[in-house]
Each structure stands twice: as C-alpha cells, then as structure tokens.
Design a protein. Structure first.
Length: 171
C-alpha cells in the first residue's frame, strides 16, 4: 500500500506552520530586521587624496519597503605611512555624501582618525539611513587624508579584510 505524504503548504490556509519553513508570524511589527546583507574589501586601497574618493568598500542593497530604514555598519583597518596623518571617512548613498560635507571642519564625514607610522587601527561606524525607495542603493565608504599616504586593508604584505553590512529595519 502506498503512503500519501501531505504538503503542509498546499493544505493549510492562513499562517504557514513553522514546521514547513514558515515563521508562525502573521505580521511583523516595526523595528524588526527584514533582511541582512554583507560585502567585503579584501584588497588593499591606498590614496594621498585630500578630497573624498571611493575606497571600494561598498555594497548594493535593495530595501523591500520604501518605509524601511537601512542600518549600515562598516569596519575597516586604517594604516598611514607618515606620522600624524589624519584620515577622514564618509558614507555615500549613490552619489550623496551622508556625512558632513564641510571638509574644513573637524567633524567631516562620519569618522575621523589619527594614525602614525605603520600602525594599523580598526575603525568602524554605523549609520541609520532613510532612503525612501525600493530601488537598489549603492552604499560606499569614501576616504581622504590631510597629508601623507593612507592605506586601507593593510600595508605592505599584510592584507586585512574590511566589511560593510546593511540591515533593513521594518517601519
């Protein structure tokens, strides 16, 4: 005699049971994480630019709802070859600088750090964005220096991965 196997998904109405891949939830309340995405920069990046330039630490992210917020978090390792190099970072959404755009102030961008000769410093930041879209967004960390050479992700033969994450937060 053949056994009949029932597919829960086709025989149940309403909430899909948790035993067949569902969450058991009928709705999501505000503040829930709806999706998470991560990317990394595993190559080294160097610059002597005193204007913000793209570092390559970036991610493409598509919110599922226009009312969602996006929490962006990044962690990178910063090296400088000359003493007292000041490093400035900012986060861009597509071509929009989400940080302070006045490069003459101490609070430029989202993060500022001093470095010294051949010392690596991990630096990180989080930012809560309200992009109001369901189109793909390109987030990227930009950097500049006041003088000297800035290295991200390592110096010489040392390479350290750097990470960027996006968390969609339900409204």
């Amino acid at each position: 005699k053949k056994k009949s196997i029932s597919n829960l998904a086709s025989n149940v109405t309403g909430t899909l049971p948790t035993g067949n891949g569902g969450t058991g939830a009928t709705s999501f309340s505000p503040g829930k994480v709806l999706q998470v995405s991560q990317d990394s920069l595993t190559s080294q990046f160097s610059t002597t630019s005193t204007s913000f330039i793209a570092t390559g630490l970036d991610i493409n992210f598509t919110p599922s709802s226009a009312s969602s917020k996006v929490l962006i978090s990044f962690m990178l390792t910063n090296y400088a070859i000359s003493s007292n190099t000041v490093t400035f970072y900012s986060l861009y959404r597509d071509s929009t600088n989400l940080g302070n755009t006045d490069e003459d102030t101490n609070g430029v961008g989202l993060l500022r750090g001093y470095t010294n000769v051949h010392h690596g410093y991990p630096m990180g930041q989080t930012f809560l964005d309200t992009p109001n879209t369901t189109s793909q967004i390109h987030y990227e960390v930009y950097a500049r220096t006041n003088s000297g050479t800035l290295h991200i992700g390592g110096s010489g033969s040392y390479a350290v991965p750097n990470y960027i994450q996006c968390f969609e937060i339900g409204a």
